[in-house]
Write a new protein. Structure first.
Length: 267
């Protein structure tokens, strides 16, 4: 009897979670549709957009570069013994360059920005929501969605690809440093080999999906913060759930991007 009650309770709990998940996806889609609608209607908040670009790009640059440099070092140090064992150490620049540019660089940079930017947006907008600052903006005649949400989503969409480029370059620099010390490979030879190995099919998918990564990070952070509830405790919940949901959606978007690019690459 107790086992049957426990089973029914577990099933009902799972059903509630699944239902809440799909409801949230629907609300997020509706939120994204409102963003596209507001983006193409006047007035346009260019000054706030530039300020958000500076805040998100400049303050995340050092963290992204440090992480990229360490990734380049670690990837090369871990891969080098295996490449030596198979007599393919000369292919190290090709392997590391393609890996970083196509997948590792965009994904790691997006995850770092999801942890920093999405949580920051969620906490900032959540605190404004619970302290009724957003309601005060509506009363004063300002469109809070356009001023707070549209500018932040556009800023992340524009800045994440730029941060990815910097992260990739610094990661390749870290890899080149290891090859220079361990394998006596000059920096010029290393980067010439990397750029010869990269093709149009490597650069375009990585660049395009980084724009989608930025859009997802900004959208989820704004969605969670703009719809924050339950008083001041909701601010922490909004920040935490923004990071979790953004990270999950980043992997889904990355899978879709890789799947589509693989189809076109084969064609």
């Amino acid at each position: 009897m107790a086992d049957s009650i426990k089973t029914v309770f577990t099933k009902s709990k799972i059903e509630v979670r699944v239902k809440q998940f799909f409801i949230q996806i629907g609300e997020l889609s509706n939120f994204a549709g409102r963003f596209f609608k507001e983006s193409f209607t006047a007035p346009f908040e260019f000054k706030e957009l530039l300020r958000q670009c500076y805040q998100m790009g400049n303050r995340s640059l050092i963290l992204v570069c440090m992480t990229g440099f360490i990734i380049g070092l670690v990837l090369t140090l871990q891969s080098r013994p295996t490449m030596i064992q198979f007599g393919a150490v000369s292919m190290m620049p090709n392997m590391v360059g393609i890996s970083i540019v196509r997948e590792i660089g965009p994904v790691i940079t997006a995850l770092i920005c999801a942890g920093r930017i999405a949580s920051g947006i969620g906490a900032e907008l959540g605190s404004m929501k619970v302290t009724e600052q957003i309601d005060a903006m509506e009363v004063s005649g300002t469109n809070p969605f356009k001023y707070l949400v549209v500018t932040r989503i556009l800023a992340t969409t524009l800045m994440i690809p730029i941060l990815v480029v910097f992260g990739d370059l610094i990661a390749l620099l870290g890899s080149a440093l290891v090859e220079n010390i361990k394998g006596q490979v000059s920096f010029q030879l290393y980067f010439n080999t990397v750029f010869d190995a990269l093709s149009f099919g490597d650069l375009v998918p990585a660049t395009v999906k980084s724009f989608f990564f930025g859009f997802v990070i900004g959208l989820v952070g704004c969605f969670k913060g703009f719809n924050s509830k339950k008083g001041t405790a909701g601010v922490g919940i909004a920040a935490n759930t923004a990071v979790v949901m953004a990270s999950l959606l980043l992997f889904i978007v990355d899978f879709i991007a890789v799947f589509i690019s693989d189809i076109f690459y084969e064609l």
